[in-house]
Each structure stands twice: as structure tokens, then as C-alpha cells.
Design a protein around this ligand. Sequence first.
Ligand SMILES: [Zn+2]
Length: 290
Amino acid sequence: MIGIKNSLTVDVEDYFQVAAFADSISKSKWNDYKLRVENNTIRLLNLFDQHKVKATFFVLGWVAKRCPKLVEKIAEQGHEVACHGYSHQLIYKQSQQVFRDETKKAKDILEDIVGKKILGYRAASYSITKKSLWALDILADLDFVYDSSIVPVRHDLYGIPGMPRFPHLLSSPSGKKIIEFPPSTLSLPGMNLPVGGGGYFRLFPYWFSKGALKWVNSHDKSPFIFYLHPWEIDVNQPRMQGKLFSKFRHYNNLNKCYSRLESLLYDFDFTTVNEVLVNLKFLDSGVSDA
Ligand SMILES: [Zn+2]
């Protein structure tokens, strides 16, 4: 145990809303699916409670509108509620106006439920790229204090290679400031490897993820930020149609995720993004009560 407090984060969305299946399931069909997000999120809340760990939950506005009690429960248990947008569409495929309107809608819904200012934002599928940096201006306009959407890697769907790997103050294209906490990576010769959760946590053996994350703490001397989705611990979720590679990304090692998460909670210290940013002096303590 090294003692650095890392950020534990959950992107609260359901199994049929993921980018991997966006080609086969349009948003207009979402209401046809039975929600599993509520039960899966409660399982995570119970696990975090057992480990006495607080986390940040980036909640999709669409989910918050249908499950306000779940958002209340997350907040009541002392976790941080943050925003995962409204409709889970990729930002670089949206117009600026649509992005602004639906992000505001999601933030308003969450703030109404928890009665507190929402500070943090994470884009659907980390879709703030070079093509959509304008989103940072809109996030700053909407009073978001931090973002966690820019992955410093080369990838087919997201990422800006060469961006800083650790929390930093970022200037939007029009010069507004927002704190960026990039999803965690391991620096290798010539590339950064994502090691901060999700599909990578399911793909790599646990010893590798643990070693990489320990390296971020001990060698890079930085907290890391870990993310997962409620559907990643749900082995019984209905199987969807889709491209072979999308199905691999979504279903690979789902049965190993929960026990790996238990090991992770045992091996590292975690807290909310807000508290880590306070520890790093990016935020004053008490900013969340504003
Ligand atoms: Zn998502």
C-alpha cells in the first residue's frame, strides 16, 4: 500500500447505450430495453461500502431522468455525482448547439436531484478529440470545473496523442480554464498504453493492471484515475447483435471483472475525483458545497 489516494470512477450507463453497439441500436430504441443499470450500480455501491471507499459517478442524463432515486442514493452514500452527458452520442459527431443544449439538460437534471453544483464531466467514449476541442469552451461556460475525457493515446475512436498524462489546468480554444484529469496510461517507448480501467482492465491480466497502476503511483508519483461501467460486472446481460470486434470489446472477460475490482479495492487507496483534485491543490476543499 503506497498511500496515494487515487480516483475511482463509474460511468453510469446501460449495456445497450455503449458506443460499441451504437450502429445497431439507435437512441430511439432505448426505451424498448429493460434497464439493468440500477441493480448493477447498487451492486457497485454495496461493494464500495464494504471497502469503505468513495467514488465519483459520472451519470448519463438519460439514466438520471429515469432513475432519480439511484442518483439520490449515490449522493446520500457520500459519493460524488458528476455528469456523463445526456444521450451518449460522440461529441465530434454532434453540432456545438446540440452538445451545449443536452449537456446543460443533463447537468440541470443532476443538480435538481442532488441539490448541489455538479463539478465534473466525462464525455461519452472519451470523445473530446482534436476535432471537438470546442466542447471545452462549452463545458467551461456551463460552469464545469473539471473534465476527464481526453485520453493521451492513439485510438480509432478517441484520444489526443501527446497530451499530458496527469491532472493539469487546460485552456479551451477561447482561453477558458478547466482542470483535465486524463484517464490513466502507462508510458512506454513511443506510445502511451491505457491502463485505467474499462475494456483494458478486462483485457489485461490483473497482475499487469496492478503493476501498471502501481508504477503510476510509485514512479510517476501521481494518482491514477480508474473507471468502469455498471454493465461490466453484469455477466447475465442480454447478448446484443453487432460487429465481431465490438462484441469482443464489450463481452471480453466480463466474468472476471467483479473479482478483479475487489482485488483492486484491496490493493489501492481510492476516493472521489473531487478529493484527489483537492489533495493536488487544483481545488479548494469545500468547493463541492458551493
Ligand atoms: Zn459512457
